[in-house]
Write a protein that binds this ligand. Structure first.
Ligand code: AMP
Ligand code: GLY
Length: 425
């Protein structure tokens, strides 16, 4: 079977690694890919925003399945365009991608299908938004409605912060993504990520995984795309797992189906475990990055038939097996990230690092030049390891990190700390 994977980050390297391991796959391409992905797949310089070019490539190369990594092509309707050209693609349609592409869409769905979430208001002008904040008080959360590269959410601890976030968004800080704003009740509790596969009709949960969004140790500094992740997380107990499935994931899948816009692909729920039970605060319509990296390391089953089952509406009775070992990934980023950073710095010691027991290194933003690996992004490497416990995976991942010689890079030193603390109890 010929497969084309779209994307160029660590998530896509992990997907490429897992897809390439499938006995069903005879050829794997990745567009555009990166230096690490090139070990698993043939990288092709396709512009993935050019759907006609992607379709042309698929037809020329008899691609039987396209796997879409990031949200931008999904929101742009690449799955619909491929389907119209008769090409199977793993990921939601443009309409179903609204679950990530519009916060207001998701809030309205929650209201319609009684899915637990925070109270909210949706506004297309600053005056009404400000009046709502004055009435509700703080803390309160201000969100740009559309895709804002992970930067469109402001958790305002004071009314003044909320007011300046509203002003910033209506001043066009996020362009069209901020033309509407959702203002949401502040939910307090522990935050967990929950992943499920859906074929539009049913859903099955993936293993639990947790990321670390803040850039510095002790969860300090600005939010990032994620500085590390681990799986499993001890905080999603069996009871919480079934509450999230029954109250949030399954009603969402049923609601999307009832509306005539079934969701197929990976549903990634951001959930707050509040005193009143789990509440949804956001959806993403793709694998988390770097959560995907630890999920792929723990997935025992072949991913390819699972993705095909999603595309073909055959997920019912499908079963996924997981290795019992824990997995953990440390993101190495270019100094300055998530702000400005330099590109083109040289990374050494990768082979040495990969020799640490249980270690696996995925590339998030690299290029190969003259036999050397150069940094080519903000998040650059995902140094992963498996172990009998999260603590062992953590110790191995940092042993691998310490073998990498890249003075222009940095990482958090405390990835997995909550789970490691819990394991000691
Ligand atoms: P996002 O950029 O959508 O991933 O959101 C960034 C972060 O904002 C999340 O990881 C949560 O920690 C926080 N957040 C979003 N919505 C809420 C909410 N309603 N209450 C409290 N925190 C929230
Ligand atoms: N790790 C967070 C995300 O993928 O959005």
């Amino acid at each position: 079977m010929h497969i084309l994977l779209l994307g160029s980050g660590g998530r896509e390297h992990a997907l490429a690694w897992k897809i390439a391991a499938s006995p069903l796959v005879t050829k794997l391409w990745c567009a555009p890919g990166n230096a690490g992905i090139a070990r698993e797949a043939e990288c092709v310089a396709l512009d993935i925003a050019d759907h006609a070019a992607v379709i042309g490539f698929c037809k020329q190369n008899a691609v039987a399945l396209v796997v879409v990594g990031p949200e931008t092509p999904l929101a742009a309707g690449i799955v619909d365009d491929l389907a119209n050209a008769g090409i199977k693609a793993f990921g939601p349609s443009k309409e179903a991608s609204q679950l990530e592409g519009s916060k207001g869409f998701t809030k309205a769905l929650c209201t319609e299908f009684a899915i637990p979430t925070g109270a909210y208001g949706r506004f297309d002008n600053a005056a009404d938004a400000l009046a709502y904040v004055r009435k509700q008080g703080a803390p309160i959360v201000v969100k740009a409605d559309g895709l804002a590269a992970g930067k469109g959410v402001v958790v305002a601890m004071t009314p003044a912060e909320a007011e300046s976030a509203i002003a910033m968004m209506f001043d066009g800080a996020f362009g069209a993504a901020g033309a509407e704003v959702v203002i949401e009740e502040f939910l307090s509790g522990r935050e967990v990520s929950f992943f499920a596969l859906s074929d539009g009709d049913t859903a099955i949960a993936l293993a639990s995984a947790q990321d670390h969004k803040r850039v510095f140790d002790h969860d300090e500094g600005p939010n990032t795309g994620g500085m590390g992740a681990y799986s499993p997380t001890p905080f999603v107990t069996d009871e919480i797992h079934s509450q999230i499935m029954n109250r949030i994931i399954l009603p969402t899948v049923a609601g999307m189906k009832a509306r005539g816009t079934p969701f197929c692909g990976v549903l990634y729920a951001g959930v707050m475990l509040t005193a009143e039970g789990p509440k949804l605060f956001e959806y993403n319509v793709r694998f988390g990055d770097p959560e995907c990296q630890v999920l792929m390391l723990r997935m025992m089953s072949d991913l390819v038939p699972a993705m095909l089952a999603c595309c073909d509406g055959q997920l019912k009775h499908f079963d996924l097996r997981w290795f019992p070992e824990a997995a953990l990934t440390v993101v190495m980023a270019a100094k300055g990230y998530p702000g400005d950073y330099a590109k083109g710095t040289r990374i050494k010691g990768l082979d040495d690092a990969a020799n640490v027991e249980g270690a696996e290194i995925f590339h998030a933003g690299t290029v190969a030049m003259d036999g050397q690996i150069l940094a080519n992004g903000g998040r650059v490497l995902n140094v992963c390891a498996t172990g009998k416990t999260v603590a062992e995976a953590q110790q191995r991942a940092y042993a691998a990190v310490d073998r990498i010689r890249w003075p222009e890079g940095f990482c958090r030193r405390d990835i997995g700390w909550q789970a490691v603390e819990r394991e000691k109890q």
